[in-house]
Design a protein around this ligand. Structure first.
Ligand code: ATP
Length: 360
């Protein structure tokens, strides 16, 4: 097991800058998730760590060793792909055993390792089957077993669950989390699924257009998104965002007026007269009667739509031009018409409109 450091790594394909000036340090035994939309450079980053792509500039280190020029087969990494990439003409046992044979391990050691990982992944009964005799979930477990049996310095996973149906995905991600904890293996996991990232990661690196937007624990990226992109990308439904002018010691957006409290006035002091982006998570928009308390702003809105998700509701409320989504567990008595909206100012996120960066 090693730590992995990317130092100012850049990679372009023709005019497309796939990865731009990326610096990350993944600690030994850590599970880092690289999260971002399709085409943002996640797979390229992973392939650079694996040694399958050479960066145009920047360095890659395993612990303190510079591996930038070391070929993939000498890096000691294992990779699990979305397509699993298990060999169709070999039974499961041989699929897991082959990389170990290539590594030159003795037969009895290979047998021991295959049995051990098969037990760990609950595929002992499948060892003599061919891949076409397996379900998608089973194939995925074989691919993970093969990677782990190799005892890699770093385990790289590229959307390994995306071919599974929704229910199996939930199960498989919990299994991966448990396994990674047990093995304490340095793991870098790529996904575009923000919930998967939140559930699995020790830390998340959020990426967009080849650039790392923020690296932090799931709580950090959720509670203190570094910019508008991260704020909108993480959370279901996404954070409500609207433009507001900083004026008369208040945030003003049409009919909505929120008095700026003392703790924010310093941060917003140099923004008087300017327009900012204000964010509030749907679970922080509370509807109905609430006793007045410090920092609580009470507004009036109109319910436009209620989405019933069974255990919770997503309620669309309109305040003039602004549409807010509120996440409400249980059932709300008001289904239409006027409703009181309660927002605690401490739950507001304020971003610079031009740069997109967090102000407070
Ligand atoms: P996805 O989630 O869709 O797999 P990604 O975030 O993994 O996307 P990459 O596969 O790293 O993104 O691609 C980043 C950018 O680089 C994309 O614009 C892609 O089209 C481009 N790209 C990747 N590989 C190549 C290549 N071999 N030749 C040309 N362009 C490439």
């Amino acid at each position: 097991m090693v730590s992995v450091t990317l130092e100012r790594v850049t990679k372009s394909y023709g005019d497309v800058v796939a990865v731009k000036d990326v610096s990350i340090k993944v600690e030994r035994g850590e599970l880092l998730v690289i999260l971002g939309p399709s085409g943002c450079g996640k797979t390229t980053t992973l392939r650079i760590i694996a040694g399958l792509e050479r960066p145009d500039s920047g360095r890659v280190f395993f612990d303190e060793v510079d591996v930038t020029e070391v070929p993939a087969n000498k890096r000691g990494v294992a990779m699990v792909f979305q397509s699993y990439a298990i060999w169709p003409h070999m039974i499961v046992y041989d699929n897991i055993a082959l990389p170990l044979r290539l590594k030159g391990l003795r037969d009895d050691e290979i047998k021991r390792r295959v049995r051990e990982v098969a037990e760990m992944l609950k595929i002992e009964h499948l060892l003599s089957r061919y891949p076409h005799q397996l379900s998608g979930g089973e194939r995925q477990r074989v691919a993970v077993a093969r990677a782990i049996a190799f005892n890699p310095k770093v385990l790289l996973m590229d959307e390994p669950l995306s071919n599974l149906d929704a229910l199996l995905r939930l199960h498989a991600r919990a299994e991966i989390k448990k396994l990674q904890r047990k093995l304490n293996m340095t793991t870098i996991y790529v996904t575009h699924d923000q919930i998967e990232a939140m559930v699995l990661a020790d830390r998340i690196a959020v990426m967009n257009r080849g650039v790392i937007q923020q690296i932090g624990s799931p709580d950090e990226v959720y509670n203190k998104p570094a910019n508008i992109f991260v704020a909108e990308f993480i959370g279901t439904p996404p954070m409500n965002l609207f433009k507001a002018k900083v004026e008369d010691n208040a945030l003003i957006a049409g009919d909505l007026k929120i008095q700026i409290p003392q703790h924010l006035s310093k941060a917003l002091g140099n923004l008087w007269g300017k327009t900012v982006a204000v964010g509030i998570r749907p679970e922080h928009v509370h509807l109905g009667e609430k006793p007045i308390e410090p920092d609580l702003v009470q507004l009036k809105g109109v319910v436009e739509l209620v989405e019933n998700l069974g255990s919770e509701e997503i309620i669309h409320v309109r305040i003039g031009d602004i549409l807010l989504k509120a996440k409400h567990s249980g059932k709300l008595s008001t289904k239409e018409g006027l409703v009181k909206i309660n927002i605690n100012i401490r739950n507001l996120h304020i971003f610079d409109l031009e740069e997109g960066t967090r102000i407070t």
